[in-house]
Design a protein. Structure first.
Length: 324
């Protein structure tokens, strides 16, 4: 799967280097998800032997990946590899990245630019720092250490495709880690030699680092809100209760030591306000946890629908017409 937006300069060469046969793989299909290209991306992709799905307008690389995964599930494939169409990754490495999934050692494999110090690519220092910071945030949230959570070269086993529910339109890289980890799937990082900067044009995802960081943090916050609201509400409740104890303790100490409420009666009002706010946040947290539980049930239902929905090419049940 190759999401593409105006990649006519590179996509033909990338598709030409995709392996046509791999050990343990019966059939390989190249699928380009055209995200609103206005150049010759589509024509070049088809000439190179790829099938193309076009959005007709730019919807974002996150949406493009969702389109690719939905098509993979519709076709009933056993694994899917997504690779960028800008030439930064070597298509020959597809032969390596699929091995842990084919051998059932992982459900999801991501290429890593930073796991092997000898393979770290040349890139601007601010991007390197941003990747390091994002890796630390995601690793902390999922309880597993990763060095690169933003790489666009990955392999998804069928269980990962069935379990993965993505909502972000802007990007999918960090959200994939969070969702798959929450589902208890096996995630593996594999060192790869990667070009640090594009040969042609600029990255549309990380061209504005502040915008990228803001949108990515929004995706992370959304995950915490939807899947682990206790992290947010419990910590906030704890902080408010700590403030309540602090101001309440100061108010009580002043009353006992001076025998009067003034001049620090304000501390009592602040303590009471913080206590009320803590109770409110705690109550909202309980509601958020109930909503999160409902979401988990709905995603389990979606998983079952995906898993047992007839695959493309399957014969129809007896007495029913062939819908394929």
């Amino acid at each position: 799967m190759m999401p593409a937006l105006n990649e006519a300069a590179t996509i033909g060469a990338v598709l030409g280097r995709v392996p046509r046969t791999l050990p343990g793989i019966a059939e390989i299909t190249m699928l380009v998800i055209d995200d609103g290209s206005t150049d010759d991306t589509v024509a070049i992709s088809r000439a190179a032997g790829a099938q193309v799905i076009s959005h007709g307008r730019n919807l974002g690389v996150g949406t493009a990946l969702q389109t690719g995964l939905a098509e993979a599930l519709r076709r009933g494939v056993d694994l899917a590899v997504n690779i960028d169409s800008d030439g930064q990754f070597a298509p020959e490495d597809i032969a390596r990245i699929v091995v842990p999934v084919v051998e059932d050692r992982a459900d999801f494999v991501t290429a890593s630019r930073f796991l092997d110090p000898g393979l770290v690519p040349d890139m601007p220092g601010v991007k390197r720092l941003g990747n390091w910071g994002m890796a630390r945030i995601i690793s902390t949230l999922i309880g597993q250490s990763f060095e690169d959570v933003s790489c666009g070269f990955r392999c998804y086993g069928r269980e990962a495709m069935l379990r993965l529910v993505l909502l972000g339109r802007f990007t999918y890289t960090q959200e994939s880690f969070l969702v798959l980890s929450q589902k208890g799937l096996r995630l593996l990082e594999m060192p790869m030699k990667v070009r640090g900067v594009r040969e042609f044009g600029k990255s549309r995802i990380a061209s504005n680092l502040f915008k990228y960081a803001w949108r990515t943090l929004g995706i992370i916050f959304g995950f915490i809100r939807d899947y682990s609201p206790g992290i947010l509400f419990d910590n906030l409740t704890g902080l408010l209760l700590a403030g309540t104890l602090g101001f309440g303790g100061f108010f009580s100490w002043n009353r006992l030591s001076s025998g009067q409420f003034s001049p620090h009666i304000w501390a009592g009002f602040v303590a009471a306000f913080l206590l009320g706010l803590a109770l409110l946040v705690f109550g909202l947290g309980q509601i958020a946890l109930m909503v999160s539980r409902l979401r988990s049930v709905q995603e389990q239902q979606l998983y079952l629908v995906r898993r047992y929905l007839p695959r493309l090419g399957d014969p129809p049940p007896p007495g029913e017409p062939d819908a394929n």
